[in-house]
Design a protein around this ligand. Structure first.
Ligand code: TXA
Ligand code: MG
Length: 355
């Protein structure tokens, strides 16, 4: 057990002394959780194999699922990647810093453990002053797998980080809740046309404006389990985002979804289960069964994304056995939210229809 230090920092103007303390841990091979605009990451020096291995261990993450490497300067991309296509240069110019991770061929300076032995590397520049200050002060690229135990919902606050990693890491920079709430979009630029491997904070609609022909890999849609050999995204074969409770997601048009969610919640309740209902502002008052929580308004996808992982953790804290979740439209950030819900459900997807 380590003593995990909590460093409260100003999210816009992080205090230099606190960043210095955190950066010292990173430089000495330690582990520091830090906020990004998406979720909290578990930071370690990406070029120090021992530190990277320690991060995998702290998270109990399988060694074959590589983390994202975070940079504060585009120059570092040219050191970490073997070649940087012009498409990437355009995206970095237009959309970085921001919730977009790009997959490149890796260079030889990258330790094998950092990329799980792959020939590729995932890199992003986060849009959060604390993350950028930490990377600059550490003077190295920093890995940032989400700072949760493997398989759990990603942390959107320092409290979530401590729930999972207190005593296992040196410090957490606590800058309050993250802004977006779902992880970055992962875009593979080593294939033609480029493919989204994980939908996230940069909506697909936005990507399409900047690169022609970009596709969604089936693992990004996540409407079914994809055979592992066929999965380009190394993380997909592992269970993800899952609360302790079982989760069922109901998809379709709103009135039908409401009826089906209520019917399922009533059925589980009759069977003696403690039921959680993941609702929206439009429906939250009308269920009258189970522990009901709202993700936010259906007209405000940003708040739905921001609340998702926190609510999944809250249901666990309330010890529900099963969560019945309303599906939402797969537009904008909705695609990332539905990807997380579908995976958390283990693909237990119920289609609600009018009849
Ligand atoms: O928003 C985010 O991306 C957060 C914050 C902390 O930056 N980080 C994050 O990291 O979500 P993690 O490790 O939980 O997710 C990394 C994702 C996984 O889906 C992994 O499979 C994929 O990136 N990935 C990493 N390296 C890859 C590679 N070489 N090729 C394809 N996918 C890769
Ligand atoms: Mg993760």
């Amino acid at each position: 057990m380590k003593k995990t230090i909590v460093l409260k920092v100003n999210p816009q103007k992080p205090e230099k002394e606190k960043i210095r303390i955190a950066a010292n841990f990173i430089r000495n091979g330690g582990l520091v959780a830090f906020p990004t605009e998406t979720v909290y990451g578990l930071g370690a020096d990406a070029l120090n194999p021992k530190a990277v291995l320690d991060a995998f261990k702290a998270k109990r993450r399988p060694l074959d699922n590589p983390p994202i490497v975070h940079v504060a300067d585009v120059k570092d991309v040219y050191k970490l990647a073997e070649n940087v296509p012009s498409k990437a240069e355009k995206l970095m110019k237009e959309l970085w810093p921001g919730p977009l991770t790009l997959v490149f061929k890796r260079s030889s300076i990258v330790p094998s453990v950092t990329v799980s032995g792959l020939g590729t590397i995932a890199i992003r520049m986060p849009r959060h002053e604390v993350a950028l200050a930490l990377i600059r002060e550490s003077q190295c690229p920093i890995i940032g797998p989400s700072a949760n135990l493997a398989g759990k919902p990603s942390p959107t606050s320092a409290e979530h980080v401590l729930e999972d990693l207190d005593g296992k890491i040196d410090a957490v920079l606590d800058a309050g809740p993250t802004y977006i709430g779902v992880e970055s979009t992962v875009l593979d630029l080593t294939v033609n046309p480029p493919q989204v491997l994980r939908p996230g904070g940069t909506p697909f609609e936005v990507l399409k404006q900047f690169i022609k022909g970009v596709r969604l890999n089936p693992v990004a849609v996540a409407d079914r389990e994809v055979v592992v050999e066929k999965a380009r995204s190394p993380g997909v074969k592992h269970k993800h985002y899952a609360p302790r409770a079982d989760l069922v997601v109901v998809e379709g048009e709103l009135p039908a979804v409401f009826n089906k969610v209520r019917e399922l919640a009533e059925t589980y309740t009759r069977k003696g289960k403690r039921v959680g209902v993941l609702a929206t502002d439009e429906t939250v008052a009308d269920y009258g069964v189970g522990v009901v929580k709202s993700l936010g308004s259906r007209s405000d996808m940003a708040s739905i994304a921001k609340n998702l992982f926190r609510l999944l953790r809250e249901f666990d804290a309330e010890k529900v056995d099963v969560i019945v979740a309303e599906g939402i439209p797969m537009e904008g950030l909705g695609l990332a939210v539905m990807n997380r819900l579908r995976k958390a459900s283990g693909y237990k997807i119920v289609k609600a229809d009018e009849n």
